[in-house]
Design a protein around this ligand. Structure first.
Ligand code: 25A
Ligand code: L14
Length: 341
């Protein structure tokens, strides 16, 4: 995209998501005038490359945001809570990838394909980027909601380890090697062995027996779709996959919608690619979605056990559309619509 140069800060620039944010800004020719890669003291002083130029990572402080137009945050919820207000006070628009502000009534929760109009409605100066599993689900379900009205969603996720960051990626790699070498396993980032296993726990458990990842999918979906009547129930599962989350989604609609109608709507939907030829072994796969921008949908079929039911299989790269790409797309909309502070 083209436009007047803007000053961009990336908080958590050395993390799995932060690194992808930098690549995404570069790939999409975002009009970065000045770049400030920010991270913890641990990473400060390291060099990163952006558009063939070296930048030194600086330690994040409350004074980091002078002259910054857009601040992209992805260093965890506590960092965002502490530092986002300083960025806003310095005049920056904050786009926050963490859980810190998503359910705040004064903070829009935005997926550009679904509710771009919310970008201008930001009393706190912060725009929240939704949870990765929620983003890919709503991109695929919004076009169907517009046709037939969603009544209820039952979703089970098959989430990759990269959602837990770099150390989580390393843990799957290390445990896999250790198993092949008959060594003892080290378990740190996950509650159990993740290599060759599935763990029905992502994030902490809440009092009602749901995990916080499940809570996010339930509540963020209603907020983004701007429809609190949609019922959502979720089971989120960690799988030994490095990149891309997969989801089995069962949807009940208010009005009739055939698999054929759904397929056609999704083929025309922004940000969606349909791969749905199961007889020939064609359906979305995590390994093929890795490093790709779209949300892939397949296995589209009618569920005849309920009135107006469909089943779908939805796959996307959680670090791209689930995090960095969605955040940069929000930043692009902010600029296109002249909505910088
Ligand atoms: O709690 P939240 O908000 O839900 O999010 C917590 C973490 O989840 C990841 C993101 O991963 C985030 O830090 N995350 C958030 N949203 C996501 C999404 N939509 C998402 N992931 C996927 N999709 P991450 O990759 O940034 O880091 C995850 C953990 O791995 C640690 N880590 C990263 N690189 C490492 C490493 N450990 C060892 N060696 C490495 N090379 C990482 O620890 C994190 O625990 P970290 O402390 O290094 O934080 C990652 C980035 O944040 C910067 N940072 C940390 N503390 C501060 C800070 N910056 C400024 N001030 C601080 N006090 C780090 O420098 C780094 O850039
Ligand atoms: O809330 O570990 O955005 O896969 C996204 C990644 C929560 C954890 C969020 C994971 C995080 C999730």
């Amino acid at each position: 995209m083209k436009g007047r140069p803007v000053s961009v800060a990336v908080v958590g620039a050395t993390g799995a998501v932060g690194e992808e944010m930098l690549k995404t800004l570069e790939r999409r020719e975002f009009p970065v005038g000045r770049l400030k890669p920010l991270a913890s003291m641990r990473s400060a002083g390291n060099d990163i490359t952006f558009r063939n130029e070296e930048f030194t990572v600086e330690e994040l402080t409350h004074e980091s945001f002078e002259g910054v137009d857009i601040a992209l945050f992805s260093a965890g919820g506590s960092i965002s809570k502490e530092f986002a207000p300083s960025a806003v006070a310095a005049g920056a628009v904050v786009i926050d990838n963490t859980n810190a502000f998503r359910m705040d009534e004064d903070v829009p929760l935005v997926v550009p394909e679904v509710n771009p109009h919310q970008i201008s409605n930001r009393p706190r100066g912060i725009i929240a980027n939704p949870n990765c599993s929620t983003i890919q689900m709503v991109v695929a379900l919004k076009p169907l909601h517009d046709i037939a009205g969603i009544k209820r969603i039952v979703v089970s996720t098959y989430q990759s380890v990269s959602g837990g960051g770099k150390r989580a990626i390393e843990e799957l790699d290390q445990q896999s090697r250790d198993i092949f070498n008959m060594r003892d396993l080290t378990i740190e980032k996950f509650p159990h062995q993740i290599a060759f296993n599935c763990i029905p726990q992502i994030d902490v458990f809440l009092e009602d027996g749901y995990s916080r990842e499940e809570f996010k999918m339930i509540h963020e979906t209603k907020k983004i779709m701007e429809d609190h009547s949609i019922q959502v129930t979720a089971t989120t599962v960690r799988t030994p996959v490095f990149y891309a989350h997969s989801e089995s989604v069962n949807v009940e609609f208010h009005y009739p919608i055939s698999a054929e109608m759904a397929r056609e709507a999704l083929e025309n939907a922004e940000g969606v690619v349909v791969i749905d030829d199961p007889a020939n072994g064609k359906y979305p796969l995590a390994v093929n979605a890795t490093g790709q921008d779209p949300v892939f949908v397949g296995r589209i079929r009618e569920d005849n056990t309920v009135e107006n039911g469909l089943n779908l299989w939805i796959v996307a790269d959680n670090i791209r559309k689930g995090a960095a790409l969605n955040a940069v797309q929000i930043a692009e909309k902010v600029i296109e619509e002249g909505l910088l502070n």
